[in-house]
Design a protein around this ligand. Structure first.
Ligand code: ZN
Length: 198
C-alpha cells in the first residue's frame, strides 16, 4: 500500500502503473480485526497535479453482531479514487508551495494525500477510512440483507420458552387474543402509526 512513484512522476500525464495486491492489513488499524488480506487491483495514473490513485479492493473483517454481540465476519468491498500530490518537485527536490498545486483545494489540505520527500505514495490512510465506510452500520449474523439475526431469534425463543417473559396464561402460547396486556398497548400503538394496515 506504499508505492515509490518517483519514476511515474517524471513521466508524462497519462502514464500508468497497475498492480494486483494481496496485502496483510493486520497493522492498519488497532480497532480493525482483519480475517484475511486486502486483495484487489490498484492503478496509479500520472495527472497534472500528481498521481490519481484508483483501487478496487476487498477484505473480510471481524465485527460484533448488532443483535447478539457474537463475533461475525463481514466483507468490506470498496472502490477508491483519490488524487495525491507531491510534496517536492521530483527532479529538483525543491518543496512545492501550496499555490503551485493545480488540483482541488480539498485535496491540497489532506495530509493523507501527500506524496512524501522520498516520493512514496502511502495509501494506507485512505484505505483504512474506506474499509470503515464499507462496513455495515448494523452488522448482523444475517448479513445478506435485512432480517433477524438467527442467534437473537433463538435467544428470544429460549427466553419465551423458559417462561421469563410473562404470558397471559402460564404454559399457553400467546396468540393475538392472549397477548400480554403490556404488549398489546404497544401493538395498538404500532397499528395506529401505520395507516393503511388493518
Ligand atoms: Zn447475531
Amino acid at each position: 500500500m506504499q508505492f515509490n512513484v518517483a519514476q511515474l512522476l517524471k513521466e508524462p500525464i497519462g502514464a500508468v502503473r497497475r498492480f494486483e495486491v494481496a496485502d496483510d492489513i493486520n497493522d492498519l488499524d488497532p480497532e480493525l480485526i482483519p480475517l484475511g488480506p486486502l486483495v484487489g487491483a490498484i492503478q496509479l495514473l500520472r495527472i497534472h497535479s500528481g498521481i490519481l490513485f484508483s483501487a478496487r479492493l476487498s477484505t473480510a473483517v471481524q465485527v460484533g453482531c448488532n443483535r447478539c454481540l457474537e463475533p461475525i465476519a463481514v466483507q468490506a468491498r470498496f472502490e477508491i479514487e483519490e488524487s495525491f500530490r507531491p510534496l517536492t518537485d521530483v527532479t529538483t527536490g525543491r518543496y512545492l508551495a501550496p499555490n503551485e498545486f493545480e488540483g482541488e483545494e480539498e485535496d491540497l489540505e489532506d495530509a493523507a494525500l501527500l506524496i512524501n520527500e522520498q516520493h512514496i505514495l502511502d495509501a494506507r490512510e485512505v484505505i483504512r477510512q474506506a474499509i470503515w465506510l464499507a462496513l455495515p452500520m448494523y452488522p448482523s449474523c444475517n448479513w445478506k440483507g435485512p432480517g433477524e439475526c438467527p442467534n437473537y431469534t433463538a435467544y428470544r425463543r429460549e427466553v419465551a420458552e423458559g417462561g421469563v417473559i410473562t404470558l397471559g396464561d402460564a404454559g399457553t402460547p400467546a396468540g393475538d387474543e392472549q397477548i400480554d396486556p403490556r404488549w398489546s398497548a404497544l401493538l395498538a400503538l404500532r397499528r395506529g402509526e401505520t395507516p393503511g394496515e388493518t
